[in-house]
Write a protein that binds this ligand. Sequence first.
Ligand code: SAM
Ligand code: SF4
Length: 411
Amino acid sequence: MMWKKLKDRFRVDDYFEGKVDAYDTVGFSGWAYNRKSPNSPVDIEIYDSSTLIGTIKADTYRKDLERSEIGNGCHAFRFNFPLDFVDKKNHEISVKIANSNYFLKDSPFTVNIPTDIDFISIDITNNCNLRCPFCLVDRKGAINTDFMSLETFKKILVFLPYLPVASFYLSCLHEPTLHPDLAKFLEIIPQHWRNRVFFTTNLAANLTDDTFIAMSKSGIHHINISVDTLNPTLYPKLRKGGIYKRFISNIERLTSIFSKEPHAPELHFITVALKSNMNEIPEIVAQCAKKYLAVSHEVRYPFNVNSIDDVWRKDNFITEETDWDIIENSLKDTTANYVLCRPPDNYYDAFASSVDYYETGQNHVQATPPEKPIQLRIDYKGIIRVLTREEHFYVNINILNDPLKLFSAFS
Ligand SMILES: C[S@@+](CC[C@H](N)C(=O)[O-])C[C@H]1O[C@@H](n2cnc3c(N)ncnc32)[C@H](O)[C@@H]1O
Ligand code: SF4
């Protein structure tokens, strides 16, 4: 009985042949065919443990296969791992010919894609169109508005495959929509790695439908939109320099365009909770979910940075625990997906440093490697810094022939 089962199993599979040739952190290649019908390419199934993660036809021509008299030579394939494989976990990959029990030689194999970098936060400009009084960036010295070049951006993109999903800030501290080539930047991100990328915007600039169309088709993971108020009187006080009507026009056009694009990036919202907007927060969260396609909403305490004006801080920061309780309770009935980030204990007793400008141009790599995982910041000029070790490590990506070799400086 057992023998018959084995015979049944191998009767057909005896004609199959195939092999996994090589794998790396991006994917693997191999070949397979049916000796009995070499002109009909076989389908390959790829499993992560027992989960089918993809099917691919082994029909690519390879000279070495033809030379080795492997069918007609058109039996090779290449498979790229799904984006969520960059997770430091072991993946047991089995590769078999579809509708058979034939597993390719050198399968299964184990891949573990390391990600020693937590995130990379870049900024494609160094300024903002607004001057919000709570901004965590000290803008006192900000006069010029400079932009990252396409060449610098292209160099930075080599890091993308080594990052987890949604961990590449295309922009973080400043306002990305000021960059005249934002659409072009989005376009040149390799398709396969686009879901590493996101950015945050105030949606306060004069933005065209074309920009929103480019964003909607960009394939990036998400866009954070800052909405601290939907009240036209309060808006220019919190978003100093912003025009309420323009902001509303932007958000309405953007969401209308995104709603028509099935693969548009997710929209996440950020609201900084202050005395002046605290009563409005449930309404902001509800409206962003109902009207503005919010997938998630972060309501956060303002980071207590030392560049915020003392009087403004005193008048606007919510310092009473009971007020935070009120906000927490007021959000309980909402059906929207939100997270409320309350300040830690004794938070208002100490200042965090504001984020400064990084204008020095010297290139410098210190010998001591930083602790892992590493968090990198790259400014518009291409200067890479390791967060929390800013004084010890910085180098301009433009002087590096192979930026990936930088990783060896960290190991
Ligand atoms: C520095 S801004 C840069 C992006 C863009 N200019 C904007 O405001 O959306 C990034 C995010 O940080 C938030 N933010 C600014 N100052 C903050 C502070 N002191 N504490 C917490 N969040 C802050 C902004 O509201 C925004 O959502
Ligand atoms: S819009 Fe953003 S970056 Fe600009 S001042 Fe306001 S919080 Fe800061």
